[in-house]
Design a protein around this ligand. Structure first.
Ligand code: SF4
Length: 189
C-alpha cells in the first residue's frame, strides 16, 4: 500500500507547480534544472525530523542535509499536528538558512541630514544598543506612588513575523529585564 508520505515523495509539489507554469507559457528551463537538482539531492540527503520554529502550532518538518548543508525543508506527513502541510511562513522556512536576498547593511539618515548612508549591520546593532541605554538611563522609573515599579516607559518593542519562538523568548526576557512593559508581536506568540 502506498502511504501518504510515499505519495508526496514520489509526486512532489514542485512537479505540479511546474506543470501549471508550463501551461501559462513561462520559460521554466532554469527552474526545472534547479528543481531536479534539489530532488536528486533530497534523494541522497539525510532527512531529519524537525519542528517549525515560527509559532506555537508546532508543525512537523523534515529538514534534509546534504554534504554538510541544509538543502531542503518541507512539511512532515508523519506529524499528527500538520500531516505534511505548512502555512506560507513555515513553507518558506528554508530561507532562514539560505537567502541570497538577506540584508546585511542598513540605510541610516543622521538627525537633520537629507542623505541616507549605507552602514554595516554591526554598526546598526551597536547604535541601537547605545540608544536603548541612553533612553533607559534618562527615563527609567524606580518608584511610583510609594511602590517599586522599575519600568522603562520610553521604550517599546515590536516584534516581526520572521522572529522565531526562541528569538522571541530571549527578546522578551531582555525587554523585561530592562523594565520595558510596552511589548507587542505580530506573530502568534
Ligand atoms: S508558522 Fe505555520 S508552519 Fe510554522 S508552526 Fe506555525 S502554522 Fe505551522
Amino acid at each position: 500500500m502506498i502511504t501518504r508520505r510515499d505519495f508526496l515523495k514520489k509526486s512532489g509539489v514542485a512537479v505540479a507547480g511546474l506543470t501549471v507554469a508550463s501551461v501559462a507559457g513561462v520559460n521554466l528551463t532554469p527552474v526545472r534544472a534547479q528543481a531536479s537538482k534539489i530532488q536528486l539531492q533530497v534523494k541522497k540527503g539525510k532527512q531529519v525530523p524537525a519542528v517549525c520554529p515560527y509559532c506555537a502550532v508546532g508543525c512537523g518538518m523534515i529538514s534534509t542535509e546534504y554534504e554538510g548543508k541544509i538543502i531542503n525543508i518541507e512539511g512532515n506527513p508523519d506529524s499528527p499536528v500538520n500531516l505534511g502541510s505548512l502555512c506560507p511562513k513555515g513553507a518558506a522556512a528554508f530561507q532562514l538558512v539560505e537567502n541570497t536576498e538577506r540584508q546585511t547593511k542598513v540605510l541610516y539618515r543622521a538627525p537633520h541630514s537629507e542623505e541616507w548612508e549605507e552602514k554595516p549591520l554591526d554598526w546598526a546593532m551597536k547604535r541601537v544598543a547605545e540608544r536603548v541605554k541612553e533612553t533607559r538611563d534618562q527615563f527609567f522609573i524606580e518608584r511610583a506612588d510609594g511602590k517599586t515599579v522599575n519600568v522603562a516607559p520610553a521604550i517599546a518593542s515590536l516584534g516581526g513575523s520572521t522572529m522565531e519562538n526562541e528569538w522571541n523568548y530571549i527578546h522578551q526576557k531582555l525587554m523585561r529585564a530592562l523594565g520595558v512593559v510596552n511589548m507587542e508581536n505580530q506573530a502568534r506568540i
